[in-house]
Ligand binder design. Structure first.
Ligand code: ATP
Ligand code: MG
Length: 394
């Protein structure tokens, strides 16, 4: 049985010193994730490779499942290691490996050895030929194809011999924390959990803000958002969540502003408060689950007006996605089933029948001006009474 994984990561585009930063960040994320998994793990960085050594009652399925949720990992390879022996003995080990991992195979193959330990008395090509021949003799149904092999036997000759031929796909991306942090506007819908996941996949640590409107929105709606944050935290690690009581702000807008402008004005206040917490948390941007044309508040004109409320960049990773594409990702990352639970959202409570689809920022600002004198205190109170806590993966 193997007890080592070789972690493959996307090296393209990581140059010079950045490579060490990337590797350190990745090793750290692997360590953090495996801290919650049964077993003992040693994470080793060695000449451009990261290895995970597993022991102490570890479970293969659980360990692989945890590793497939670490951004930055492109592939997870179960590795068998053997003592470094003379070539005859190595041939026997290789045959043993093939019979164990690919029993009765009729596939084509290629052996590719890398001699990292230059003291080993055979060159890489010689090792390839020796081991290829040994496999052919022991497994006559297999054949060699050096251009498009079904199975590639990778060997690394180090202080020991490492052999692997299977690659379990990882999520790709970059290690969380290697690209700063951002504030995600998290609702109970399908889109915003996916948006957060996508930004985190690029190495961004995410905080989150949720606006609720009790008693119009229920505790169950809030719990749903916490559950969604938990689901995404399985990929990102702990998420700091701010729960803002938005009721009085919404009521003031409802009482004072034209009803067809309610949603857009409400969204502008959400953005302002999100920006406040983003600055407090040291975040470099705001993330939403908006996509062009999905609803009235997501037309190009509406997005201009929403952006105009804040000076921080607003990132919308789903901007060009169709709903069905977003749903596919939501299913893949296990947020979909929670997202479709039918609890109310504060955005859907005070909606107009015919919301503006092409708002003009100056006109919206004029409507907002009517809130002067009351809204400042309401915003201040909403910020002051915000409940902040950390959501951890289960
Ligand atoms: P989702 O977009 O998450 O599926 P939705 O489609 O119901 O939910 P929209 O009305 O499309 O939400 O809102 C667009 C974006 O605004 C959301 O993706 C989210 O980033 C943000 N947002 C909406 N409602 C809230 C809320 N109650 N709290 C925090 N952010 C919100
Ligand atoms: Mg949406």
């Amino acid at each position: 049985m193997f007890h080592t994984f070789l972690i493959k990561y996307g090296e393209i585009g990581i140059k010079g010193n950045n490579r060490h930063v990337f590797e350190d960040a990745l090793a750290k994320q692997v360590r953090l994730r495996l801290a919650h998994v049964n077993g003992e793990f040693e994470i080793r960085k060695e000449r451009g490779r990261i290895y995970v050594e597993c022991g102490g009652g570890w479970d293969e399925e659980e360990t692989v499942s945890a590793l497939t949720r670490v951004f930055g990992i492109v592939g997870i390879c179960p590795v068998h290691t053997y003592p470094l022996t003379e070539i005859g003995e190595l041939r026997a080990r290789m045959v043993e490996y093939v019979k164990e991992e690919h029993p009765d195979s009729t596939a084509s193959f290629k052996v590719k050895a890398r001699r990292v330990n230059k003291e080993y008395p055979h060159e890489s090509m010689e090792i390839d030929a020796e081991l290829g021949e040994a496999i052919l003799m022991a497994c006559p149904k297999m054949h060699v194809d050096v251009h498009h092999p079904d199975i590639l036997f990778d060997l690394e000759i180090r202080d020991r011999v490492y052999v692997y031929s299977k690659v379990i796909p990882g999520p790709g991306g970059m290690p969380v924390g290697s690209n700063g942090s951002a504030m995600r506007c998290l609702s109970g819908g399908i889109d915003s959990p996916v948006a957060g996941w996508m930004i985190a996949k690029r190495g961004v640590k995410i905080d989150a803000v949720y606006f609720h409107a009790p008693p119009y929105t229920s505790e169950r709606a809030k719990q749903k958002v916490i559950d969604l944050a938990k689901a995404v935290a399985r990929y990102t690690g702990p998420i700091r969540l701010h729960v803002v009581n938005f009721t009085d702000i919404q009521l003031a807008i409802y009482d004072t502003c034209p009803h067809e402008e309610l949603t857009i004005i409400m969204r502008r206040f959400m953005m302002r408060i999100a920006e406040h917490f983003a600055r407090k948390d040291g975040d470099l941007g705001i993330v939403t689950g908006e996509s062009i044309g999905q609803v009235a508040s997501q037309t190009m004109q509406s997005l201009i007006t929403t952006n105009a409320a804040v000076s921080m960049p607003v990132y919308r990773p789903l901007i060009g996605f169709d709903k069905s594409e977003i749903v596919d990702i939501a299913k893949q990352i296990d947020t979909y089933e929670t997202s479709i639970l039918p609890y109310e959202d504060c955005c859907t409570i005070f909606v107009a029948k015919h919301p503006v689809t092409k708002p003009v920022t100056e006109i919206i600002e004029r409507s907002e001006a009517k809130l002067k004198g009351q809204i400042e205190e309401l915003v201040e109170t909403a910020i002051r009474t915000t409940e902040t806590f950390t959501v951890r993966p289960e």
